[in-house]
Design a protein around this ligand. Structure first.
Ligand code: GLN
Length: 547
């Protein structure tokens, strides 16, 4: 039976709860335990799939096809444990399940209430897979006191109460603001947020305090006394240059020890942190630097391409170089020639995206990469646009475009070399979609197998001829243009097992130009960089040496 660690936050949002949870997961693994991490989000969206990346950052997709919060990406990057559908839930999902059950008559005419019906649903969610791991880490989104979060906190209270003593602990993150005028760290907001927890029947066992300044012993004692936690369980969390320092930094502050103490696990198994020492060594001692332009649409918000940013860093670590990624709004290249701008970069990446805005600029970037032998990685939309570029400028299908843009505009303007996919094979059954389907959860989502052409660049990059990668898209490159494009040199080097869906394209006479229909960034880890990102950065290093 798993031990449960609930992770909550107070005082302000954006304290790095996700990172603290992920780092703790990694530290427990380093001590030989198995872990699983989960996110409970108080918002009313059923899942983040329909939320704008500007609003909520990237949508992280799991192998089993769930569209989840980007914190699951952190969990996976730090622990290497593949996230699952049952690792993410929102209030919206919980309420919609309760209401479905009510409509079906499952509650036999009872009055449906937050307690017990909603809280039961949350507790059922928490219990899923509890026999599978040693520790289940459950992070609650938002801050204590938020109206939407209350049912989650109440469910945790009941859950902890119903379980044998010592099976659940609570770790609470707070902020210690620094008052420059008096030169002091203030503990009062932390005390208040712990009070808020206590008023709903919860008490922290471990307090993680974010602080920009060292926490003096005296303040630590004060926090322990007023917040009713042991002094050793008041853990400092200082700002870090890189998120990958978090496991070692938290270990140094005694987080994993405090958690094991709170469970009464003694003696605690010794940690093996060699994985994280190696990660830090690669990160802190690069032997060079490359510049990569990420030409996309959601460039104002860093979190919108979170996994891509991380995967590029991992690709750098694989090659012992620092990757300087610059986020370029593709709309710029609709007004200006991209050449003077892109000449400065060693490689170009066009990421995923939705809608027509900015796509002509991305096409211009793909054209520049092809013509100037600059390494190019096109991801999802970035692959579709590379095919459109090839069709227009090399295969002379001058009005080539994507059906997505015609659908959006409500009229036909393009020859669709990228079309709306309505039927495909998943495992051994056929999935069907209509244009009029709901927006939520109706894309081709999750892990699919692809067969790679032997002798292709991509099979060399992977060192394999069969791969499995995660998808999230509605549109697909049309094989009707395959022959024409292959004659021009754009090879369809990865296909779905039934040979109907192009998964990967690459230019034959180019040092490194690959477009993939899936999202490789979602599976990259600092201790296991994704082969496509490792290969892409290697090509960037080589191209940097040539100039
Ligand atoms: N908008 C494109 C599609 O739906 C690409 C999606 C993506 O880049 N994730 O197919």
């Amino acid at each position: 039976m798993a031990r449960y660690i609930f992770i909550t936050g107070g005082v302000v949002s954006s304290l790095g709860k996700g990172l603290a949870s992920a780092a703790l997961g990694a530290l427990l693994q380093a001590r030989g335990y198995t872990v699983r991490l989960r996110k409970l989000d108080p918002y009313l969206n059923v899942d983040p799939g329909t939320m704008s990346p500007f609003e909520h950052g990237e949508v992280f997709v799991t192998d089993d096809g769930a569209e989840t919060d980007l914190d699951l990406g952190h969990y996976e990057r730090f622990t290497g444990v593949a996230a699952r559908r049952t690792d993410s839930v929102s209030s919206g999902r919980i309420y919609s399940t309760v209401l479905e059950k009510e409509r079906r008559g499952d509650y036999l005419g009872k009055t449906i209430q937050v307690i017990p019906h909603v809280t039961n649903e949350i507790k059922d969610f928490l219990s899923i897979g509890e026999d599978e791991v040693d520790f289940m880490l459950c992070e609650i989104g938002g801050t204590v006191g938020d109206i939407e979060g209350l049912p989650f906190f109440e469910a945790i209270r009941q859950f902890t109460h119903e379980r044998p003593r010592g099976q659940c602990i609570l770790m609470h993150l707070t902020l210690l603001p620094y008052l420059a005028a008096s030169g002091e760290l203030k503990t009062k907001p932390t005390q208040h947020s712990v009070k808020e927890l206590q008023s709903i029947g919860l008490a922290p066992d471990v307090l993680v305090c974010r602080s920009e300044h060292p926490i003096p012993e005296r303040e630590r004692e004060k926090i322990a006394l007023f917040c009713n936690v042991r002094k050793e369980a008041v853990i400092a969390a200082y700002d870090l240059k890189s998120i990958y320092q978090a496991p070692l930094a938290y270990h140094k502050e005694g987080l994993d020890q405090a958690v094991l103490d709170a469970f009464g696990i003694s003696p605690a198994p010794k940690p093996n942190l060699s994985r994280w020492h190696d990660v830090m060594d690669r990160l802190e001692h690069p032997e060079g630097e490359v510049k990569v332009a990420v030409v996309g649409k959601y460039t104002q918000l860093e979190d919108a391409y979170k996994s891509i940013a991380e995967a590029l860093t991992h690709g750098g670590m694989a090659n012992r170089v620092r990757v300087r990624a610059e986020w370029v709004s593709s709309e710029l290249f609709e007004r200006e020639d991209p050449a003077p701008y892109l000449e400065d970069f060693d490689a170009i990446l066009v990421p995923g995206g939705f809608g027509e805005r900015g796509t002509e600029g991305m096409i211009a970037a793909a054209k520049f990469a092809r013509e100037h032998n600059v390494p190019y990685l096109g991801i999802c939309l970035g692959m579709q646009l590379a095919v459109i570029e090839a069709s227009r400028n090399v295969a002379k299908v001058e009005d080539a475009g994507s059906e997505e843009f015609d659908h959006e505009a409500g009229r036909k303007r393009f020859t669709p070399v990228v079309y709306h996919l309505r039927e495909w094979v998943q495992g051994n059954h056929v999935v069907e979609r209509k244009v009029t389907d709901d927006k939520g959860g109706t894309m081709r989502l999750g892990a699919y197998t692809a067969h790679l052409a032997p002798g292709s660049l991509v099979s060399d990059v992977y060192g394999a001829t069969q791969i499995e990668e995660r998808h999230r898209h509605r549109y697909e490159v049309d094989t009707a243009f395959r022959e024409k494009l292959e004659t021009c040199g754009l090879c369809f080097s990865g296909m779905s097992p039934d040979g109907r869906l192009p998964e990967i394209v690459e230019w034959k006479d180019h040092p490194w130009f690959i477009g993939v229909q899936f999202h490789p960034e979602l599976k990259s880890k600092p201790f296991a960089p994704h082969p496509l990102f490792a290969g892409f950065v290697k090509a960037a290093v080589e191209s940097a040496r040539l100039v």
